[in-house]
Design a protein around this ligand. Structure first.
Ligand SMILES: [Zn+2]
Length: 537
């Protein structure tokens, strides 16, 4: 289409929606700007932006510079955008670690990396031998009257479970209780000393072959007291291809249990005949990294002390020498794309000189890939430049929203849980975009990224994905992307994307920020929401 003809130009102008007028620039131009940020953060030279690395530091500096250009004030202190976060890093030393099944007193060694892996996120014991009990999905959901752990003697034992959830439980409830933190808490309360997870290959994103490559990478916790959920003495993951070994002699086959799990049917609970013996050795060190915080101050003298916090994680998985190809986890969509959107939304707000009553903090977070650590830290230490008394009233998070096809509709995770969801929906609709339900609630996306750190702290939060419907080519595109590129070197700068769709998304984001920042009342959880329990008053 030729847009230079005056009549056509008028027709196009008339068809523009409110949000499309936000930007002075054209969609393709905005798409190019967004992509330029992605290129800067996801290029090979930054080596996958692992926390504590030089590549991450370069990316952090880039974001701080772009925040400044977008008119944001330093948010970590009066003069700095960088909030320092301290971590403890643990790495397994497999030469001094081992796992074995003990049957009739005889050890049957397991091969680390092939049969099972030892988790490194907690403060684990160096030696442990314990009986094992199979506990189905291993979850306790009081509100749904569901309890895999009742009538099971777990005292001093290792709980073996299939990652998943029973049918008929509302998505947010299931998401919450199947999160590692809540599941471990329930297991500890039931007396378990260890946990052994079997990922169902039919429902998990990452095949064993890829997940096992990451086992030698360091894992981190923030350098504060460990949460109760991290106090198991041992945590392992079992390769589903070898899970049958664990069930030998139990009267059940893994095949049968896996099939029940796939159909979300009730799964029996029973003791396993073998004991598990573990020896684990870890190397420990300290690491520091930064959250990058930029602030757009609100215009209303009262409401400006309330902050809408817009977040996207900047860190990714670094480099893995064991990988084929260039060994670099560029993390273009996961999640340079989201940070690029943070920068673009801030720029749009400045360019259009939008009035925002509340203040908005734009934060590129560190440590998401290590377990939502940068956001956990921030939620506990919410700094706002000089405004120390300010409070966080809402969080809009982006993590891998996947602009792989035109933006027809947006999925807003958590949309029905809080009035923040109503505001975001209004913002999206004002920008000419529909809001669709989550097409894959079983992926538990609502508790799988940084918004969860805010939720647990009582703050209403949302996250966004490109909308698609089941059984469409778009669903296929997403599934193929997850299989081939998610947490793989293929998430780089050479992948098919719809950059104009990303630009359109950025306008919708700006519209949602505006709606959230300008409401008369601060967002709150709905009475019926499960997540209301975390609210402080
Ligand atoms: Zn990721």
């Amino acid at each position: 289409m030729n847009t230079r003809h005056p009549a056509i130009a008028i027709l196009i102008a008339l068809s523009l929606t409110a949000a499309e007028k936000v930007g002075e620039l054209s969609l393709p131009e905005e798409g190019r700007r967004w992509w330029a940020h992605v290129e800067m953060m996801a290029k090979d030279e930054l080596k996958g932006r692992d926390i504590g690395s030089e590549g991450y530091a370069i990316a952090a500096k880039y974001v701080a510079t772009e925040f400044e250009k977008a008119g944001l004030k330093p948010g970590a202190s009066a003069t700095s955008y960088l909030q320092n976060v301290r971590f403890i890093q643990r790495q397994i030393d497999e030469s001094k670690s081992s796992l074995a099944l003990i049957r009739d007193g005889k050890p049957e060694p397991l091969t680390l990396g092939e049969h099972a892996n030892i988790g490194i996120r907690g403060a684990f014991a160096s030696k442990l031998e314990a009986e094992m009990v199979f506990v189905g999905y291993g979850v306790k959901i009081p509100e749904a009257n569901y309890d895999d752990l009742k009538d099971v003697d777990l005292k001093g034992k290792i709980a073996v479970y299939i990652a998943g959830q029973p049918a008929g439980i509302a998505a947010p409830l299931a998401s919450h209780y199947t999160s590692a933190g809540e599941r471990n808490k329930a297991l500890i309360a039931a007396g378990a000393v260890g946990a052994a997870a079997i990922n169902n290959p039919r429902t998990s994103d990452i095949p064993w072959a890829r997940a096992t490559l990451a086992r030698l990478s360091p894992a981190m916790t923030i350098d504060e007291k460990l949460p109760a959920s991290d106090r198991l003495k041992l945590s392992i993951t079992i390769n589903p291809a070898h899970a049958a070994k664990f069930f030998a002699g139990s009267g059940h086959t893994f095949e049968e249990l896996q099939s029940l799990a796939e159909q979300k049917k009730p799964i029996p609970h029973f003791p396993l005949t073998a004991k598990l013996s573990a020896r684990a050795s870890f190397k420990k060190s300290k690491v520091a990294s930064d959250n990058i915080i930029g602030i757009r101050e609100g215009s209303d003298p009262k409401l400006k002390n309330e902050f809408i916090v817009v977040t996207a994680h900047l860190d990714h998985l670094g480099v893995n020498e064991k990988l084929p190809g260039d060994k670099i986890y560029n993390g273009a969509m996961d999640n340079a794309s989201g940070v690029a959107s943070l920068i673009e939304a801030a720029r749009q707000i400045k360019d259009a000189n939008l009035t925002l009553k509340r203040s908005v903090a734009f934060i590129a977070l560190t440590g998401e890939e290590k377990g939502l650590l940068g956001s956990t830290w921030y939620a506990q230490h919410p700094v706002f430049g000089k405004e120390k008394q300010a409070t966080v009233v809402g969080n809009l998070n982006m993590d891998m929203y996947l602009p792989l096809f035109p933006l027809k509709a947006l999925v807003i995770l958590g949309v029905d849980e809080s009035t923040l969801g109503d505001l975001a929906r209004k913002g999206a609709i004002e920008a000419g975009i529909e809001v669709w339900p989550d097409p894959a609630p079983e992926r538990n996306s609502f508790v799988r990224s940084d918004q969860y750190s805010f939720i647990r702290n009582g703050t209403p939060a949302l996250a966004f994905k490109f909308g698609y419907k089941k059984g469409t080519p778009e669903e296929k595109t997403i599934q193929t992307w997850l299989r081939d590129r998610y947490h793989a070197p293929g998430d780089d700068l050479n992948q098919p994307l719809d950059k104009e769709a990303a630009a359109r998304y950025n306008r919708v984001l700006t519209s949602m920020i505006r709606a959230s920042a300008n409401s008369d009342e601060a967002p709150k959880w709905k009475d019926a929401s499960f997540f209301k329990r975390f609210a402080k008053n």
